[in-house]
Ligand binder design. Structure first.
Ligand code: ZN
Length: 390
């Protein structure tokens, strides 16, 4: 039995939306007590000098197998990709991220690493993974995905991911930015194909997410039963009403488009990618604002692994979301408790409460007053262990 007392800190409570002085007592990786009146003995006392403790952050749209190079390179060996992925996971930990949902891996490396981490052989954030994305032949992500055509083949493709151990099914509903020759607005997998893959996941309790940017593909995916919309450049009130009624989450990944826009062609990003982002950037932001106003549940994901979108800037998505009009508490919740709800882990993750896993991120200042502080993590605690300290 190992008890740690994190004392002399401020607790950022994303449930009550309050920041209060207090302490956190953990036992064997679980939060035993948290608040102003913590009592009991500990084997180790960690004085946090008045700093601010958040629940460990979530990044719910990552690609650990892809580095943030200007152009995508699909010519790496599995060993090279694994080395990159392990480095990316370390970057997450060093920036307060203790949970990721990876939505598009290469050769099941994401699944192997998740299993190794669960077995204690690798130190990594808690992970849910999708295996390979399922796309139509020549569709967005085909270079690393599982190409599938027709409902039967999509069903089989989903079964392959589940057999390998995927937690989520990732389906490509439209074209995308980083694949040459496809357009964000064009639908890709058809509704019956999406439905077949999504239903296969639902049979075993695995949720499904869709890369979908244009409205037709988004509506196909929603009608097909998808659980989260990734990117979502174009959505109307019908989409928002459906999402609220069916508990569908929105992961806008504002950072992905932002980094492409601010770096541009001169930094080496392919012309086709910059053109597609410039053509949709403002529409994406207004869709984000409309979704937020409509009360759609919004979750933090950055799409880390796209151009200049590194694995150590998860929290920047919160800054972009607040700049686009989101309340700071809602942004903090998007990266913690709302994310935990989407991933089905809110009983154990996403807030600082007795009984939950001791995943914590420590920042120097009050993030509700100075959100920039989330870009400078001082300490990360994973399952009660300090895995990063500045
Ligand atoms: Zn992505």
């Amino acid at each position: 039995m190992s008890r740690k007392l994190f004392t002399n800190c401020h607790i950022v409570d994303v449930n009550s939306r309050t920041v209060t002085p207090g302490a956190i007592l953990t036992e064997n990786g679980t939060i035993l007590q948290a608040g102003p009146d913590v009592s009991g003995t500990a084997d180790e006392v960690i004085d946090l000098n008045g700093q601010y403790v958040m629940p460990g952050l979530f990044n719910c749209h990552t690609h650990i197998c892809l580095p943030p190079d200007p152009a995508v390179n699909y010519n790496r060996t599995d060993c090279q990709i694994t080395m990159l992925a392990l480095d990316h996971l370390r970057q997450f930990l060093n920036t307060g991220v203790t949970f990721i949902r990876d939505v598009g891996g290469v050769n099941f490396i994401d699944i192997d690493i998740r299993n190794a981490a669960a077995a204690g052989k690798v130190t990594a954030p808690d992970m849910q993974v999708s295996g390979k994305c399922i796309c139509m032949t020549g569709g967005h992500g085909w270079q690393m995905g599982r190409e599938a055509d027709g409902a039967d083949d999509c069903r089989k493709a989903a079964r392959e991911q589940l057999k390998a151990g995927a937690n989520w099914i990732k389906v490509m509903g439209t074209g995308g930015v980083m694949t040459e020759g496809v357009e964000p607005g064009s639908p890709q997998l058809d509704e019956d194909e999406l439905r077949a893959a999504i239903a296969e996941g639902h049979k075993v309790g695995a949720k499904a997410c869709t890369h979908s940017q244009g409205m037709t593909g988004i509506k196909n995916a929603l009608r097909a039963g998808v659980d989260s919309i990734e990117h979502g450049f174009y959505m109307d009130d019908w989409c928002f009403d459906w999402m609220k009624e069916h508990d569908v989450y929105y992961v806008p990944t504002l950072a992905a488009m932002y980094w492409i826009k601010v770096n541009g062609i001169s930094a080496g990003i392919p012309e086709y990618a910059v053109r597609k982002v410039n053509a949709t950037f403002e529409d994406h932001l207004s869709t984000f604002r409309n979704a937020y106003k409509a009360g759609v549940k919004i979750v933090l994901g950055t799409d880390a692994g796209t151009p200049f979108n590194p694995h150590d800037k998860t929290a920047y998505e919160m800054i972009l979301m607040t700049e686009a009009g989101m309340d700071v508490w809602d942004a903090l919740r998007a990266g913690t408790i709302t994310a935990a709800e989407m991933c089905g882990v809110a009983k154990t993750h996403g807030s600082i409460e007795a009984g939950k896993k001791a995943n914590l991120a420590v920042f120097a200042e009050d993030p509700t007053r100075n959100l920039e502080t989330v870009m400078d993590c001082r300490m990360t605690v994973l399952g009660g262990e300090i895995v990063y300290r500045k």
